[in-house]
Design a protein around this ligand. Structure first.
Ligand code: ZN
Length: 1063
């Protein structure tokens, strides 16, 4: 394959990075200036990043509004949502983001086939968007028939503009950069500017910036390069010649250089918050040019050295102290033409904002004082080695890692030769260079870039009066608008909106959709891993003999091993060891303390074999040296919440060391009362935040009400643990030994060889002593304890309360004063067997209902009843559910879902053929997404095949099964499983809402025949005791802060509860 195939695109770089299995090529069209980067990586998902460099001098939000308007249709495809709808068919999803210096459009597809068919349509949207006035009206800004300010972009920015981080960032940027620099702009658009932004202005911006020589297509995955070049060359051929005579300036690169700061500025700014107890500090520095890769690497590791772990300098001096000055210190860089270095100190007590700024520089200055000799070169070198490995790991695991570098190179590098790209991605030699630096080099670096130069410090302080003012101003604005417009004026606005919506919502013709045949799922290249087994795991498979992997294991004593080890052989430079433990062995009354044991697990003193004790700092430091990450989680791969998983990531050379760490952490650790106190303190600090979030409150309530205290799913819930937390905190002061004794009892019960399923994901050929490491090292202390049998795996459905076991008839109303929206989950009993005959049809039906442009999307989100609605299905816990988030009125949304589901069940509504195909396609792409790197693929395989007991090839069988689902199957499962979700006698409802709404809802649910329980955990009474006064004025919620920041947790909760995709 060469670039010779197309005459317009020439290959300008061909790089095989030394550190990860991939090949990076870049092509450049000298005729149009278009750029194309292909990162070959073996993974099922193909990802595209289409980047436009976007510089703007003002806060009008042109870059962000354009990002939205691009999706509203193109000349050849003038339909809103076409890309999403086609994406449903082609195993794809689309997205985009607007940064300060660029707008990036993404396309993610399972397999190359679907990607190839969508690419031309997507690119057509980028180069020939309709940018209609109607689209601008609905998407950007308008006033609706009730006098409220709306518009997708406006509402989005309304939620962001008054957040502390946005305010601090913008203030810092306005000082760091001159007004004329694009770096000083809020490219998302400030509300004031969005109100007056015209479609003409957006079009002008489009004409100036969206041009072929300012566009770079980056594609990562397993791609047919010939076909890709052909497709892009065809696209390039439709683009106009680059006219050298009227060459337009390159954003940022051709702009006047940013002057260096002349003086340090410390600025106190307000952000709105009812709670005035803590604020944040942002400290920004001007760094070196982005192209100075060596200095940037050095500064990156320096900031990591200063902030990363509990034993780093700044955390040790500012956070891990008796009265913390902040709860969090983060560092990051903005990779602009000159790098910007940022330090964030979060949750700083308001009275100490100035102090923390001064203290931070004192600490840094002392550390950089050569005479004091404080700099820890050994730890710095550990940090460098680890950061290098982290980068290698990320570039192997995540497609975005190399794509991000390609975007930076496109924005600031050499466009026409590819040299800067080679410099950026070719090797990791810069890490080696700085590994050789001496202390003096590091101190020089600290002085040159942090201490001897001016900086900007923003002290962001909370202001209750500002919060109140913003709320009142919002109300006043609506009142005034209504008054000025009068009923007639408002009516006209309503009409104008309606006609714009009608113009936007033109139906996509089915025959257009049918031109894009659904790709063949069999062509999606899922990652294959080979299984091997040792010891007790051997009983789980018959087919080992003859396999290469098994032979290696057998030679190392797999047949005699007195432990359970399951191996997944993967192609990777990295390995993981997971330990899966059942919580069923822990005595029920001790179970809650598991929270503390786990939080303390990786950062506690250890007694070594020679009797000496490593303090916790040494443990943290050495663990970091030997592993890339260590963590614990409840469940395994997001399911089976009665299990616990301990995880280690490392290079295969450190296998024996990691096995020894596991032994030491489980059996040789010491409970240090001072450390335990810090653990308890930190947990308590996190709780108020959780109580402010609707989805967390709902999730917690379902766990506390449906599971018994025997269930880890319940006791590991932070809100369930809250009461015990206070008790433990008191006990740690009065009788610490009592706490330690309980923890010792948990440890003795939990960490036994019988209760341990060890799972190794690695290139098995790279492991020395893959099996005997466990016998020789892990069981060194426990030879007599060799396992004869394994503790069985418990399912959450074994620990249900009577109510949880037989759902129905109850409605719980959970008051959350900080929210104006409602969040609800409805549960009914669902199938419990992983091989239930209805599993495939239920999966397709859920996917169908929640599809983009599907029934819930149109009927609930589209009608403005809620921001989102979806299905939950967990065979593991035997439940099926419906959830709605950010609803204006949860009950109305639930009722609408009932009508929709009822229509399908009764045969009144027909299943749309294209949408069913789309639903199947979405399941395929979700499965590919979940398996997009070898480790994730291996974990999912173990979950499906072993823990769920579905046997080998479970994933393939599932994907084959969903394709055979018929309309009759869908009607059947709707009747059997979905209709009961909306019947009083079989459904249990959990609603989090503003306390002002509970009484109304109580009446509504009672009329439907529910037994209603308001505030089952007395949360309002507790708030009262804590002395916080609550204002709950109705109608002030539009675009309130809370609404926006819930979007992230939606993601996380969704993946937690509904990822049964491969049942
Ligand atoms: Zn947006």
């Amino acid at each position: 394959m060469t670039s010779g195939r197309s005459n317009s695109l020439s290959l300008i770089a061909d790089i095989s990075p030394s550190y990860c299995p991939s090949r990076v090529r870049k092509w450049f069209s000298s005729r149009t200036g278009l750029q194309l980067v292909l990162v070959d990586q073996d993974r099922p998902i193909v990802e595209g990043y289409f980047a436009v460099a976007t510089e703007i001098e003002d806060d009008s939000g042109c870059p962000h509004t354009l990002e939205h308007l691009i999706f509203m249709g193109s000349a050849d495809h003038p339909y809103k949502g076409l890309l999403d709808t086609l994406g449903n068919r082609a195993f794809s999803s689309t997205n985009a983001w607007t940064a300060t210096d660029s707008t990036v459009y993404t396309l993610s597809t399972a397999g190359w086939q679907g990607f190839r068919s969508l690419l031309p349509v997507y690119l057509d949207h980028l180069v020939r968007p309709t940018l209609s006035d109607a689209a601008c009206y609905t998407e950007v800004y308008h006033v609706d028939g009730k006098g409220h300010e709306k518009g997708v972009v406006f509402s989005e920015m309304q939620g962001v503009e008054n957040e502390a981080s946005t305010i601090a960032n913008l203030h810092a940027k306005k000082i760091l950069y001159p007004d004329s620099s694009g770096y000083s702009s809020e490219t998302g658009g400030l509300m004031g500017a969005l109100r007056v932004l015209t479609n003409d202005r957006i079009r002008q911006f489009y004409e100036a910036l969206y041009r072929p020589d300012n566009l770079c297509l980056i594609i990562v995955g397993s791609v047919d390069a010939d076909e890709l070049l052909e497709t892009v060359a065809e696209f390039d051929a439709t683009l106009p010649d680059l006219d050298p005579a009227s060459k337009k300036p390159r954003p940022f690169v051709d702009s006047p250089p940013v002057p260096r700061l002349q003086q340090t500025t410390v600025k106190l700014v307000d952000f709105p918050d009812k709670d005035e107890s803590s604020g944040h500090v942002l400290i920004s520095f001007q760094g070196p040019p982005a192209t100075d890769v060596l200095t940037n690497t050095a500064l990156h590791v320096l900031l990591t050295y200063l902030t990363e772990s509990d034993v780093s300098l700044l955390r040790k001096k500012l956070v891990e102290i008796e009265v913390p000055l902040a709860t969090e210190i983060e560092s990051y860089t903005e990779d602009f033409i000159d790098t910007e270095l940022d330090l964030w100190l979060r949750n700083v007590p308001t009275s100490k904002l100035e102090l923390v700024h001064a203290t931070l520089f004192d600490v840094l200055r002392e550390h950089a004082d050569a005479a004091r000799n404080e700099f820890d070169l050994g730890r710095m070198r550990d940090v460098i080695r680890r950061e290098k490995l982290q980068f290698m790991l990320h570039s192997e695991r995540y497609p975005s890692t190399l794509a991000t570098l390609a975007i930076t190179d496109f924005l600031y590098g050499d466009r026409e030769t590819g040299k800067s790209l080679v410099n950026l991605v070719g090797d990791l030699d810069d890490y080696e260079t700085v590994l050789g630096w001496e202390v003096s080099d590091w101190l020089d670096l600290m002085h040159k870039w942090l201490l001897d130069v001016p900086h900007v410090a923003i002290l962001a302080q909370p202001s209750a009066s500002l919060a109140k003012k913003i709320r009142l101003d919002g109300k006043e604005r609506v009142r005034k608008t209504r008054e000025e417009l009068g009923e007639q004026g408002l009516e006209q606005l309503a009409k104008k909106l309606k006609s714009a919506q009608d113009e936007n919502n033109r139906k996509i013709p089915d025959d257009l959709l049918e031109q894009f045949p659904a790709p063949d799922p069999a062509k999606v290249r899922f990652i294959k891993t080979a299984t091997g087994r040792a010891g007790l795991a051997l009983a789980e498979g018959q087919q080992q003999s003859g396999s290469e992997v098994q032979e290696i294991l057998d030679k190392d004593g797999a047949r005699e091993a007195p432990v359970y080890v399951h191996y997944e052989h993967i192609k990777s430079n990295f390995a993981t060891l997971s330990v899966v433990l059942s919580t069923s062995v822990v005595p029920e009354d001790k179970l809650p303390l598991l929270n503390i044991l786990l939080a303390n697990f990786y950062a506690t003193p250890i007694e070594l074999d020679d009797g000496s004790v490593l303090d916790y700092e040494a443990v943290v430091t050495r663990l970091k040296r030997d592993t890339l990450s260590n963590s614990y989680s409840s469940g395994y791969d997001g399911e089976f919440d009665e299990l616990l998983t301990l995880d280690f990531e490392f290079v295969p050379e450190n296998y024996a060391k990691v096995v020894d760490w596991l032994r030491l952490l489980m059996w040789r650790s010491k409970f240090d009362v001072a450390r335990l106190q810090i653990v308890v303190e930190k947990m308590a600090m996190g709780i108020p935040e959780m109580k402010r979030t609707g989805t967390t409150v709902v999730r917690s309530a379902t766990r506390r009400l449906l599971f018994t205290p025997r269930s880890a799913a319940r006791v590991l819930d932070e809100l369930d643990f809250e009461d015990r937390l206070q008790e433990v905190s008191a006990l740690l002061k009065s009788d610490p030994q009592a706490v330690v004794d309980e923890l010792e009892q948990i440890r003795a019960a939990l960490f036994t060889v019988e209760n341990m399923r060890l799972i190794v994901c690695s290139d098995v050929t790279k492991l020395v002593d893959p099996v005997s490491s466990f016998t020789k090292i892990l069981l060194k202390d426990k030879k007599s304890a060799a396992a004869a049998s394994l503790v069985p795996i418990t399912r959450t459905l074994e620990n249900l309360t009577p109510e949880g076991a037989s759902l129905g008839g109850k409605a719980y109303l959970l008051p959350v004063p900080s929210t104006e929206s409602s969040y609800a989950t409805v549960f009914a009993n669902g199938p419990t067997a992983f091989d239930d005959a209805d599993v495939h049809a239920i999966a397709v039906a859920c996917s169908y209902l929640e599809a983009v442009e599907g029934p819930f999307w149109r009927g609930i989100r589209g009608d403005g009843l809620a921001y989102g609605a979806g299905m939950l299905r967990s065979i593991e816990s035997g439940r099926i559910g419906f959830r709605v988030y950010r609803a204006a009125d949860a009950l109305v949304a639930i009722e609408r879902a009932r009508e929709i589901v009822g229509g399908y069940a009764a045969g009144k509504t027909e299943f749309e053929k294209l949408l069913v195909e789309g639903a199947v396609s979405m399941i395929v792409s979700a499965a590919a997404e979940a398996d997009n790197n070898p480790v994730d693929a291996a974990e999912r395989k173990y979950l499906q095949e072993v823990i769920k007991g579905l046997g080998s090839g479970a994933n393939e069988k599932f994907l084959a099964g969903i394709r055979e689902v018929t309309s009759e199957d869908l009607v059947r499962v709707m009747k059997r499983w979905f209709v009961p979700l909306f019947r009083t006698e079989s459904a249990s409802v959990f609603v989090a809402c503003n306390p002002s709404k509970t009484e109304g809802l109580r009446g509504d649910f009672e009329r439907l025949g529910y037994e209603v329980v308001v505030d089952p955990f007395d949360s309002l009474k507790r708030v009262g005791e804590e002395g916080s006064e609550e204002e709950s004025e109705e109608g002030s919620g539009e675009g309130s802060e809370e609404e926006e920041d819930s979007s992230d947790e939606e993601e996380s909760e969704e993946s937690e509860d509904s990822d049964d995709d491969s049942d």
